[in-house]
Write a protein that binds this ligand. Structure first.
Ligand SMILES: Nc1ncnc2c1ncn2[C@@H]1O[C@H](COP(=O)(O)OP(=O)(O)O)[C@@H](O)[C@H]1O
Ligand SMILES: [Mg+2]
Length: 254
């Protein structure tokens, strides 16, 4: 993305869990209006990078810059308040709450204006607002007064994705959002991601479904054993070379 300012950046980031080096000297740049694919085998460090970017784990070393300003998150709430929204790999919706309650869960402190409105908002209005927020980002769920436990796995995932997309103001981090989805639902999620990008968000998309990655991403970063081994425009990959880069098995084969 020549000429476009970097939105969010990790510079020389390392993070270990005890003796496990999950990230080693990682550099990643995310631009506004871009979907960046983050791929790698299990254990490559993808989820750890998401957790560093979302403020769950401070990096052991290295720096984060949001819009050019160095940031040190002391909790995920710090990053959320700055417009960085995350769908974690093992995400938690609250099953016993309605869809509306899930969409607005934990937001009260983050948006004083909305709190003012919500403070007086009837339950029914909140449910309607939640459906509206989800529909705005292309996620259609019928009957928000249902609790999440009434939904199928695919619908739950749709609510989780819709919630993240609806609240994101700058950055959207999606860790395997299409897992557990059927083919058609997965394609719908890809459309939601495209729409988020077109709204100007910077999106990081993690998936093992390489055709989806090739379809939707503008650029791809490949992690292997905690290190970035490739960072290139999607046009420089095809399915075979991408798989080869992920596994390290195709290098310089005749
Ligand atoms: N909470 C944790 N405690 C200890 N080791 C962890 C923890 N989370 C991840 N790891 C290890 O860090 C490495 C990277 O894991 P992860 O970031 O989950 O990779 P990926 O998402 O690419 O599969 C793996 O070796 C994994 O076992
Ligand atoms: Mg992971």
């Amino acid at each position: 993305m020549a000429g476009q300012a970097v939105l969010y950046e990790a510079v020389n980031v390392s993070k270990s869990y005890g003796s496990v080096e999950a990230l080693i000297d990682v550099n990643v740049q995310l631009h506004a209006g871009e979907v960046l694919g983050l791929v790698g085998d299990n254990g490559a460090g993808k989820s750890t990078l998401v957790k560093v970017l979302s403020g769950v784990h401070p990096p052991d070393s290295g720096k984060l810059f949001l819009e050019g300003r160095e940031r040190r998150w002391s909790s995920p709430h710090d990053a959320l308040a700055e417009g960085i929204e995350t769908l974690y790999q093992d995400t938690g919706l609250a099953p016993h709450l309605t869809i509306g309650a899930n969409v607005f869960l934990g937001r009260e402190l983050l948006r004083p204006g909305l709190l003012g409105r919500l403070g007086f908002m009837a339950q029914r209005e909140m449910e309607r607002a939640a459906l509206h927020e989800l529909a705005q980002v292309g996620v259609e769920v019928k009957g928000s007064r249902k609790t999440v436990s009434d939904l199928s796995g695919g619908q739950r995932q749709a609510v989780a994705i819709g919630r993240a997309v609806a609240w994101a103001r700058k950055v959207l981090l999606l860790d395997e959002p299409t897992n557990h989805l059927g083919a058609r639902q997965a394609l719908e999620v890809l459309n939601v991601i495209r729409a988020a990008r077109d709204r100007g968000l910077g999106v990081i998309f993690i998936s093992h479904t390489l055709p989806h990655v090739l379809q939707i991403c503008d650029r791809i970063v490949v992690l292997r054993l905690g290190r970035v081994v490739r960072d290139a425009s999607t046009s420089e990959f095809d399915a075979e070379s991408l798989l080869g880069t992920i596994t390290g098995l195709l290098e310089k084969s005749p």
